[in-house]
Write a protein that binds this ligand. Sequence first.
Ligand code: ARG
Length: 277
Amino acid sequence: MSRTGRVFSLLLVVALIMSVFALGGCATEQPAEEPTGEGTTTPASEIKLIEPGKLLVGSDTAFPPFESMNGDVAEGFDVDLMNAIGEKLGLKVEFKTEIFDTLISTLQAGGKFDVIASGMTIKPDRQELIDFTDPYYDSNQSIAMKKGSTYTGPEDLAGKKIGVQSGTTGEAWAKESIKDAQLVPFKNATDAFAALAAGNVDAVVNDLPVTTELLKQDDRGLEIVAQIPTGEQYGFGVSKDNPGLTAAINKALAELKADGTYAEIYKKWFGIEPPAE
Ligand code: ARG
């Protein structure tokens, strides 16, 4: 064999050995498709959880009908949906109450909860920090004032005291759309409405479905004076380090939409069929 021939065959052997290793490596990286619960084949190995077998959920549980506390039990649309997702994934679901404004940083820090379910709007600045699942609810903003107030447009609120929940899209809308607004941030929506009833703020900007729910059985003389079509979509928040969990929740969500469970939960909390996709 010529010298080039020998070098060539040596290279060939090296290449062969390397490809065998590469294949072997591939095979072990492939997660085992073991069922993690009823009716799902999501690979368990890809989902990172703080506590094995448990999905810990961070939420500001003062946001009905999405999440609120009934004694020490969380209830609402997000809670039922998250429980149904947990069932699909073979995981026990546990809600942990957190202030809305600190949900994202707490999720990023890790160790407290695996997912955010808190009527959280998917938006680009948040997507830089965390991942969101597919959207699960379409929402808009609203303005509430004392009954009998006149409201023809945001200019009527110029320079007025506007109650908002800290860190929300309602706060962002008020900041952008109301000239010289004196924003008064509250840690939750219910506190903002208490301030409105007490006359400490002139208006409250908050997600429409929640304001509708909060004012439903309210005798403090408050009303929705405007609906603001912001076209928001809620998603569940997951750490960027946990794409397996995002994928698993998306898969479960799609299954729940297909099998009618999503529609059932939607009707339970909103009294109407979910909008067509
Ligand atoms: N959708 C709004 C946002 O993402 C408000 C959400 C507030 N949620 C809550 N559970 N307090 O900013």
